[in-house]
Design a protein around this ligand. Structure first.
Ligand code: SF4
Length: 449
């Protein structure tokens, strides 16, 4: 955010109507300046002020979205160079390269993976995001067949790439109405292709073989008024691409150099023929600032580690991963099944639920919101204590699902069993469970025996 709270305040209506949820316009302006409020929370701000504030509050690396509906994926929006400074925001888009030199069976298989591949991890669905549709053969007819096939098969983002402007125009016509990108916009074709992007609502992908050439294209993209774009630093090896990514990121964040204020796209698929090397290059490029990486296959064996690597880099280090508070059913529990309570720290949930599932004992798992703290941390912070747990259990709805009043607590908080039983009231029995999740299967089997 480039503006101070006072500068923002001057652009607000200054009526202190409180509709934004803050007592005064000044309080709202201060929150906005700190990035803790959204401009849309004030319904009375003028269109002119909206435009100025939106521009001033835009992140130094713009957000670019490709794809439609639920399949749309955003990249960019980054505000820091290092994750520990704050957090990275929008996960690197993973694109698969599909070309008109590829075997049709391989194209179909990769398209199937693009649409279907998903790994569940800590409550998130991890998926690849885009297709990079490449006129590798330099043949308009076969390229258009491919573009039509991909456009008809997926709502995920598409980047069309050809060295021939007429071919790109035909591809853009075929994808009209979709949110797609056109590659490569260079110094030579910028005027024509930027006009085409404007016409069809496509995102330009600027390309320069060195940083000066890329800056020149970036300047044209900015001057043409594009708010979304991607930047291709050239199809170089890993070292040059990492160096270029770093330079672009620094220029955008430290110098607020607008021509470099867009996410970059990198091509590990073109850096090596070795699939495992390609995957490790892609992992490095995800860590070092690529907005999009283009890979040669979505083979699940390669994608799973890559997607998990991306998840780890793009989670907020200041916020623990959490599960929603509620009742989770494991192994089809019934009215007689045991009830276990624990906290909503995602790791706790996944370790405990995996062991319960492994036990094959039908079980109700009560997950309590402790702001993502693990059992002992939540207990010592006063979040997982008897007088908070009892009201949660009684209001959770578990009493409608079971015909008993027994609840199992983690062994690490055995000391709260008496007080918890008292808080739960008449007829409840609190049972001390295991300290280690690994001991849960034996405990449950013995418990129901
Ligand atoms: S809603 Fe807008 S006008 Fe009303 S107090 Fe908030 S900032 Fe001021």
């Amino acid at each position: 955010m480039g503006l101070s709270g006072i500068q923002i305040y001057k652009m607000l209506p200054q009526t202190n109507c409180k509709e934004c949820g803050d007592p005064t316009c000044l309080a709202f302006a201060m929150k906005l300046a700190a990035g803790k409020a959204e401009l849309s929370q004030c319904p009375h701000v003028s269109d002119e002020a909206k435009e100025k504030l939106a521009e001033a509050s835009a992140p130094p690396i713009r957000v670019t979205t490709l794809g439609q509906g639920d399949a749309a994926h955003k990249v960019g929006g980054e505000t820091v160079k290092y994750r520990h400074e704050k957090t990275f925001v929008n996960p690197t888009g993973i694109a698969v390269a599909l070309s008109n030199q590829m075997d049709a069976g391989k194209v179909d298989a990769e398209l199937g993976l693009l649409n279907e591949l998903a790994f569940e991890r800590v409550g998130r669905s991890l998926q690849p995001n885009y297709a990079f549709v490449w006129d590798q053969a330099g043949d308009q007819a076969s390229f258009l067949d491919l573009v039509n096939k991909v456009g008809g098969a997926t709502d995920k983002g598409i980047i069309v790439s050809s060295q021939d402007t007429a071919t790109l125009k035909a591809a853009a016509e075929a994808l009209k109405g979709k949110k797609f990108a056109i590659h490569p916009v260079t110094a030579d074709n910028a005027d024509e292709l930027l006009a085409l992007c404007k016409d069809v609502g496509a995102v330009p992908v600027g390309r320069g073989d060195d940083l000066d050439a890329l800056a020149a294209v970036g300047e044209k993209i900015v001057a043409a008024g594009f708010k979304e774009a991607l930047l291709d630093t050239g199809w170089n090896g890993l070292r040059d691409t990492l160096t270029a990514n770093l330079a672009v990121r620094r220029a955008a964040l430290d110098k607020k150099f607008r021509p470099f204020g867009f996410p970059t796209i990198a091509f590990p698929c073109a850096m090596t023929d070795n699939l495992y090397l390609e995957a490790s290059y892609a992992a490095m490029l995800i860590a070092k600032y690529a907005g999009v990486v283009v890979v040669s296959t979505l083979d699940p064996a390669v994608m799973q580690p890559l997607l998990v690597n991306r998840l780890n880099i793009y989670t907020d280090p200041q916020r623990p991963m959490t599960m929603d508070q509620g009742i989770y059913e494991i192994n089809n529990p019934g009215p007689d099944s045991p009830v276990i309570i624990t906290t909503n720290f995602a790791l706790t949930y996944f370790v405990v639920s995996a062991e319960v599932e492994g036990s094959r004992v039908p079980t109700w798992l009560l997950i309590m919101d402790t702001e993502g703290m693990s059992v002992l941390t939540a207990w010592s912070a006063g979040k997982f204590v008897a007088d908070a747990m009892a009201p949660f259990v009684l209001k959770s709805g578990i009493t409608d699902k079971v015909n008993h009043k027994k609840i199992i607590i983690p062994g690490y908080v055995a000391q709260l069993s008496g007080e918890f039983q008292e808080e739960l009231g008449d007829g409840w029995e609190v049972i001390i469970g295991t300290r280690e999740a690994a001991d849960i299967p034996k405990f449950l089997k013995d418990y129901v025996a």
